[in-house]
Design a protein around this ligand. Structure first.
Ligand code: PMP
Length: 394
């Protein structure tokens, strides 16, 4: 009998990944995934960038390279964070990772001992919770409303909890809720964490996908004490397949992430970094992101309109200004997991919300993704879900 480490008892495969296997059949209208729309990937441009990279610097591209990452790409990341997130930094404060998911894994390993406390939004990103679990922390969920994390609740928790080692937040178009923190909350949050001096992981994969209204300053841009660790990624603005993300943090903190990177996989893929960098030299990423926003914005409109038409007044849902998701709350007596089986019979899928709460409960919620389905299917799928919800009403 092989004997595993105790921590393996805490780790299970993501329920969502299991569900996605079921929903991959072509006749299912799936709002379950969180994938970017593949028809928008710049395949031709990437092909050209890849050929050019291999023609002009093939040997370097296929070689090992530094742990920190390819300097020209990091320079572009620095410029992008300045333009989009109002962050003033330089290449020495950026480490390229294998997606922002790796940044989450490292964050846990850099900050958490067993039984340390992590605070996070309730609900929060399941992939982060799973990554953190390997370090066996305790999770305390901070209540949220439509304006993001509720600061009075955060203060109450901090005042009575010892050993809070890290706060994990997604202030822009959160996964799973689609919510964005207001400016006022951001300032208040920074005031509080500056007082308590707790490191903050600001995960920002969706911030650039804003369909309307003004960009919000990142928490990192409001950070005066070097407490915020900003995680960025090319996954949602370009393509997730290259697995390129980054960590931006103060030197002392970033050095720890660098050690983690060395130990985990030495470096991010050289060829992926170089090809992406060539692509960014050849094409205007802003133009590409605008195209993505136009398509997702229309799909969001279509989904919200269909929900207005087909969902009963007993449910509520969020109205995101960007990102990939909306979040539905059913009457408390309806279990969204049980209802998902009924929906699958009608060939339509979503992700039940319970798994986004590390401490359980909230089974009357579910997450809907709108980026991946054409508008006709969105309309039809929402109609079917609406019928199932109505059949479950008391
Ligand atoms: N954070 C959040 C909130 C996400 O939704 C995702 C992807 N779904 C990630 C991080 C990981 O993305 P990646 O590793 O592709 O950058």
């Amino acid at each position: 009998m092989v004997r595993f480490a105790d921590r393996m008892n805490l780790l299970t495969g993501s329920e969502i990944r299991e569900l996605l296997k079921l929903t991959a059949q072509p006749d299912i209208i799936s709002f379950a995934g969180g994938l970017p729309a593949p028809e928008l990937f710049p395949v031709e441009g990437m092909k050209e960038a890849s050929m050019k990279t291999l023609d002009e610097m093939g040997r370097a591209a296929l070689q090992y390279s530094t742990t920190e990452g390819f300097v020209p790409l990091r320079e572009k990341i620095v410029a992008r964070m300045k333009a989009k997130n109002n962050i003033d930094t330089d290449v020495d404060h950026v480490l390229v990772t294998s997606g922002s998911q790796q940044g989450l894994d490292f964050s846990a390993r850099v900050f958490l001992n067993k039984d340390d406390v992590v605070l996070l939004e309730s609900p929060s990103y399941l992939g982060a919770v799973n990554a953190f679990k390997a370090c066996e922390p305790k999770f305390i969920e901070v209540p949220t409303d439509n304006n993001g994390m509720i600061m009075e609740e955060l203060e109450k928790i901090l005042a009575k909890t010892e050993n809070v080692k890290m706060i994990y937040v997604i202030p822009d178009f959160q996964n799973p809720s689609g919510r964005t923190w207001t400016l006022e909350r951001r300032h208040k949050f920074m005031e509080i964490i500056t007082k308590y001096e707790i490191p903050v992981i600001e995960d920002n994969p969706y911030g650039e996908l804003r369909f309307e209204n003004e960009n919000m300053p990142s928490l990192k841009s409001l950070d005066t004490k070097g407490l915020v660790i900003f995680l960025g990624t090319f996954s949602k603005i370009l393509a997730p397949g290259y697995r390129l993300g980054w960590v931006c943090a103060e030197a002392e903190i970033l050095a720890k992430y660098n050690f983690m990177k060395q130990a985990a996989d030495l470096q991010a893929s050289t060829v992926a970094q170089m090809e992406t960098n060539t692509f960014l030299d050849m094409y205007d990423l802003d133009e590409h992101v605008n195209k993505i926003k136009e398509v997702y914005g229309k799909r969001r409109d279509c989904m919200l309109k269909a929900m207005d038409a087909h969902f009963p007044k007993e449910c509520t849902w969020t109205h995101p200004d960007g990102g990939l998701f909306t979040w539905v709350v059913l009457p408390e007596y309806i279990n969204a997991k049980e209802m998902a089986t009924q929906c699958l019979e009608k060939k339509v899928a979503y992700v039940p919300g319970g798994s986004f709460f590390p401490n359980g409960g909230h089974e009357n919620t579910f997450r809907m993704n709108y980026s991946c389905m054409p508008e006709e299917k969105i309309e039809e799928g929402i109609k079917r879900i609406g019928e199932v919800i109505k059949a479950n009403l008391r």
